[in-house]
Design a binder for this molecule. Structure first.
Ligand code: N01
Length: 873
């Protein structure tokens, strides 16, 4: 008789990992009444705090914040002994949590999960453990941590060393006694910086091999911060809630002090206060712009370097310890206790691998390009295959046999950092695309776990079985993640945030940098929009609400939020004079835009009087004439002037190398249609006739304009063609108003909330032109004959009511055989691309505009005497 096949174990959910996230996940799943099995290869709970037992290991977020908040009684029963608790104390805490909620009964320790496969017909995951055991489950949750897979040392000869070798990330439980030993430590990240001072206390000789000097500030460890304790006492719930909606998971008020605007005294005062406070979120918040503006960042970086020089006695060692080559904060900064002071000890030496790289590790030491060192012990503090290592290393196979490793070959792709298409019912806690390592992990973990638990409950309540993100939603989140990073200095660094520490790993910014509160809001919005971006299925049911949860550029969204919070009166409710005053007031404190070589004001004679103009000449070589761009400001034919678009004109001038002549045409309602259009044409004729005097190259004349300015620029091109000149070589139309039909879908989609509203557009038209005139091509150039017009670059912004008419103009020009470049300002509004040095994500769009301008101008003929030095793209 055959032995009956063993019945596989079956549970509702399998969780891998029994650290902070796995423990809380188990607690929440149990609350839902689900059966759960947790596996961990460790011998007990603790996750990262189980493994990273190296001397000096502590957390670098104050422990009063780095703590669970889901259980108020737990909070009362546990008191942290220090501001930054040690690894043994944090491990003890997690054991205490496990005991208190009797979590261990559902956890199998010393059991690795070696594979997980989605069984589509059964709609189950099949989990294989180290011993070949199979467990089936509906939901598979990886709570494997972001920094759990050690990076291999990737140093020539590493396997040859005969003495003991230790990894900070897998430290022996019994500890290590370095007394009397010659010790090498390789790596100066957080683990190295924390362990080096303690290893130095025991070792007879300590040599630190540093490849990249790291920014570190003193932790000033001691009792838990009195102010935090006071706030917790006064209102624990309010404090925890503030953390949940904060930027980094600790309630820190973001500063609005800009480094450039602050006096030297204020700068030093702010820096010193943060230095004395000894908290990462403090030193990262000295100036509002230090994470995005290189000059601001350098002010903080240099002040840290000053501190290092003041601490380390030997000037050469001090200089080698001064971080250079990456912006402060773009690699994880460290908190230390006596790190730099350690290099003043006579038996401690620093080897700068930038000057003297390791050639090989030998049987009894390390050979660098300049020296041979003998060691008894080597300690590797060389870091982790961060954020993706544990996930792709776990042999996870989703639908159609696709493995996670294959899917992520070019970099991770997730929706909300929680799920990934093709892997139904597979959840990642603190996955790539979540705030995780950029935040207080405890706060982020609770949010992730609560979201997953809510999701599973919702599925069950609705009788559904599977959930999986749509491709559109996932692509949108990946884009949003990269957009958030792109406005910061982070992508410039070779950090583990970028995957740059592991040879061959795709270079992608891994965590979500938009902030804990913003992330929480996005996750909540997904739920309130009926799980936007997810497909959910059940017996006979498929529910899919497809869409992208965040498509506005993050800095645009921030400015919109700020502007909307000001509660300014809608412009269309004001008189033209008051609207102009309001516009001028809102522009008062904005950045001035880049320096250019020369700015001069003048007037253009027209039959009825004069038009003011402002000329911008680029700085630097080449000397001599440049192509000429006649620019018309925005403002709905009613608002705007030479000042309103000054930063944008400077930017266009500096980027394109052309002379820009900004023209103030006459405004409605004082002077109505077609005055503005005729003024524009007159200005172009004048510029053409006076090209040489303006420093232009005759025959190299383009027009440009924004909004209503783009309207009159487009009309000027049509009038010039009809009049047989002047010859215009190109037209740059930024978010142009080209039609008086306000019924296109973008007026509906973007008609409210993004500064230029549909109502305001109506107000502009009413001021400018009688209804009977609005079909005239000089008012609505889209309705004109477009054949024979100059090549165009049209910028259309996603969140602009005018988006669709811009696109329509591009299509119509194309149909009329006019060369057109349509630049989609992705995630932008009508105004945001023009906000120079305010909206960082607008810079690439303006670079495209400048490139289009350069393309309009033919390369200078070397033999032409008129333009021997012409700027050529
Ligand atoms: O690892 P790391 P870590 N030859 O990657 C160097 C968290 N954490 O374990 O920068 C020579 O930061 C490498 O040099 P380089 C925290 O988020 C938190 O220290 O690549 N050197 C670098 O100096 C932290 O950021 C806490 O040029 C080599 C070091 O090794 C993260 O974990 C404590 C090398 C690795 O630094 C990782 O920290 C500890 C080679 N082949 C960790 N390969 C707290 O809560 C690498 N390096 C306080």
């Amino acid at each position: 008789m055959n032995k009956p096949a063993s019945v596989p174990e079956q549970v509702d959910a399998v969780v891998v990992g029994a650290g902070f996230s796995g423990l809380y996940m188990l607690y929440r799943l149990r609350q839902l009444g689900l059966s759960v099995k947790v596996f961990d290869s460790a011998g007990d709970v603790g996750g990262t705090w189980y493994w990273n037992r190296y001397p000096g290991a502590r957390c670098d977020v104050p422990t009063t914040d780095y703590t669970f908040s889901f259980d108020p009684e737990l909070e009362k029963e546990w008191t942290w002994s220090e501001k930054y608790a040690t690894q043994p104390e944090i491990l003890e805490y997690l054991r205490f949590v496990a005991d208190r909620h009797e979590l261990r009964s559902d956890i199998e320790f010393s059991t690795a999960v070696t594979a997980a496969r989605w069984d589509e017909p059964a709609k189950q995951w099949v989990i294989t453990t180290g011993g070949g055991r199979e467990v089936r489950c509906r939901h598979y949750i990886m709570a494997t941590g972001c920094l759990s897979v050690a990076k291999s040392p990737d140093i020539e000869g590493a396997e040859r060393f005969a003495g003991p070798v230790y990894f900070t990330s897998r430290w022996p439980h019994e500890g290590v006694d370095f007394t009397g030993q010659r010790v090498a430590v390789i790596g100066t990240g957080s683990s190295g910086i924390q362990s080096i001072p303690l290893i130095a206390r025991q070792a007879s000789q300590l040599t630190v091999f540093q490849r990249t000097a790291n920014f570190s500030i003193p932790a000033h460890n001691g009792p838990a911060p009195a102010e935090t304790l006071r706030q917790l006492d006064e209102g624990r719930d309010a404090y925890r809630d503030a953390a949940r909606w904060s930027r980094g998971g600790v309630p820190v008020e973001p500063t609005d002090v800009l480094a450039g605007a602050a006096s030297e005294e204020v700068r030093r005062e702010r820096f010193e206060a943060a230095w004395q406070q000894g908290e990462l979120f403090g030193i990262l918040n000295v100036f509002a712009d230090q994470g995005v503006n290189p000059a601001a960042n350098d002010i903080v970086a240099e002040m840290i370097r000053e501190k290092i020089r003041a601490t380390v006695n030997d000037p050469e060692t001090a200089e080698a310890l001064c971080p250079r080559g990456h912006y402060f904060g773009t690699k994880r900064p460290c908190l230390d206790t006596g790190y730099f002071e350690t290099f003043n000890l006579p038996h401690v030496r620093l080897v700068d691998l930038r000057k003297e790289p390791i050639v090989s590790i030998t049987e009894d030491g390390i050979e660098t390009a300049g020296e041979s060192f003998g060691f008894d012990t080597i300690v590797y503090a060389t870091g982790f295959d961060a954020m993706t290592g544990a996930l792709v290393g776990a042999d996870v196979t989703g639908r159609d046999g696709l493995s996670l490793k294959e899917k992520w070959a070019a970099g991770p792709s997730t929706y909300l950092g929680l799920m990934t298409t093709g892997f139904p019912n597979f959840f990642m806690l603190t996955g790539p695309g979540s705030p995780s390592v950029l935040s207080n992990m405890a706060v982020s973990i609770e949010q992730h776990v609560d979201w997953v638990a809510g999701c599973l409950k919702d599925l069950r309540d609705k009788g559904l079985e599977t959930i999986e993100p749509t491709e559109l939603a996932e692509a949108g989140w990946n884009q949003h993640n990269q957009d958030c990073a792109a406005i910061t200095l982070h992508p410039t660094a070779n950090s583990w945030y970028m995957g740059a520490n592991v040879p061959g790993k795709p270079r992608v910014f891994l965590p979500y940098i938009g902030g804990v509160g913003a992330y929480r809001q996005a996750c909540d919005d997904v739920v309130t929009q009926d799980y936007l971006g997810f497909t959910r299925t059940g017996p006979g049911a498929v529910r899919c609400t497809d869409g992208v949860i965040r498509s506005m550029q993050p800095d645009v969204a921030m400015v919109m939020e700020f502007v909307n919070a000001l509660g300014l009166p809608p412009m269309e409710t004001l008189s033209a004079a008051d609207a102009r005053a309001l516009m001028a007031a809102t522009a008062e404190n904005r950045p001035p835009g880049p320096e250019v070589g020369e700015v001069t004001d003048g007037v253009i004679p027209i039959p009825d009087g004069t038009l003011p103009y402002r000329l911008y000449r680029p700085a630097g070589p080449p000397e001599g004439p440049r192509p000429l761009v006649v620019y018309f400001h925005g403002g709905g034919w009613v608002l705007g002037n030479l000042d309103s678009d000054d930063p944008l004109c400077r930017d266009l001038c500096a980027r394109s190398g052309a002379v820009v002549v900004s023209v103030n045409y006459r405004h409605a309602p004082e002077v109505r249609f077609p005055a503005a259009a005729l003024d524009a044409f007159a200005a172009v004729q004048w510029a053409d006739a006076n090209a040489i005097e303006l420093g232009g190259i005759p025959g190299q004349l383009a027009v440009a304009g924004w909004s209503a300015g783009a309207n009159v620029a487009a009309v000027a091109c049509q009038l010039a063609r009809d009049a047989g000149g002047p010859r215009i070589t190109g037209q740059l139309l930024i978010c142009p108003a080209v039609d008086s039909d306000l019924t296109r879908p973008s007026y509906e989609e973007n008609g409210d909330g993004y500064i230029l509203t549909t109502a305001l557009m109506r107000w502009f038209w009413d001021h400018y032109a009688d209804p009977a005139d609005r079909g005239d091509p000089r008012a609505a150039p889209l309705r004109g004959d477009l054949a024979g017009l100059p090549p165009a670059c049209i910028v259309a912004a996603d969140f602009d009511p005018l988006r669709d008419e811009g696109v329509a103009y591009a299509r119509a020009l194309e149909a009329a055989a006019v060369p057109v470049r349509l630049t989609r300002a992705r995630g932008h509004t009508h105004t945001s691309v023009t906000m120079v040095d305010v909206i960082i994500s607008g810079a690439p769009v303006r670079a495209e505009m400048a490139a289009a301008l350069e393309d309009f101008f033919p390369a200078a003929e070397p033999q032409s005497s008129a333009a021997p030095q012409a700027h050529v793209s």
